[in-house]
Ligand binder design. Structure first.
Ligand code: ZN
Length: 149
């Protein structure tokens, strides 16, 4: 595990884990959801401002490990300005990268591909996908908090 940590905590992940982008709250949010990953203790509040089907702004806060924080930060950067439909497509690609049969990251993921190494650590996959499951809950106006368990 130690030898692979270098792989897992690549520079981008460390950077986003330490200095998460779009961290905070969004008072004018139109969509929000809360996510938990009890296995690791990650807790995330996600807020989105969606206008005419476009994600105009996105913020998150909460407490999480480096992987969950970096994933939420990278997701927030990737989603700003995208349509809801594009966000759902990205969710599918991201989820497939971490849990699917395809060995390499899909081409449309861009910077999100830095998290591909997490697939080698099944316990951490939930850390990396928490923000995305919370995103879907927010977009679908789920009333219950999301949990990965
Ligand atoms: Zn975690």
């Amino acid at each position: 595990m130690i030898a692979d940590l270098h792989d897992l905590y690549q520079e981008v992940i460390v950077d986003h884990g330490r200095r998460p982008r779009n961290f905070g709250s969004l008072p004018e949010a139109s969509h929000r959801a809360e996510g938990f990953n009890p296995l690791c203790g990650d807790h995330l509040n996600l807020q989105l401002k969606v206008v005419d089907g476009i994600i105009q702004d996105i913020r998150f806060d909460g407490v999480g490990c480096a992987i969950s924080t970096a994933s939420a930060s990278l997701m927030s950067e990737a989603l700003k300005g995208r349509s809801v439909a594009e966000a759902e497509t990205l969710f599918d690609s991201f989820h497939a990268m971490l849990t699917g049969d395809q060995p390499e990251s899909p081409p449309d993921l861009g910077k999100l591909a830095v998290l591909a190494g997490v697939r080698k650590f099944p316990a951490r996959v939930k850390c990396a996908t928490l923000a995305w499951h919370t995103l879907l809950a927010a977009l679908h106006q789920a009333q219950q908090p999301v949990t990965t368990e």
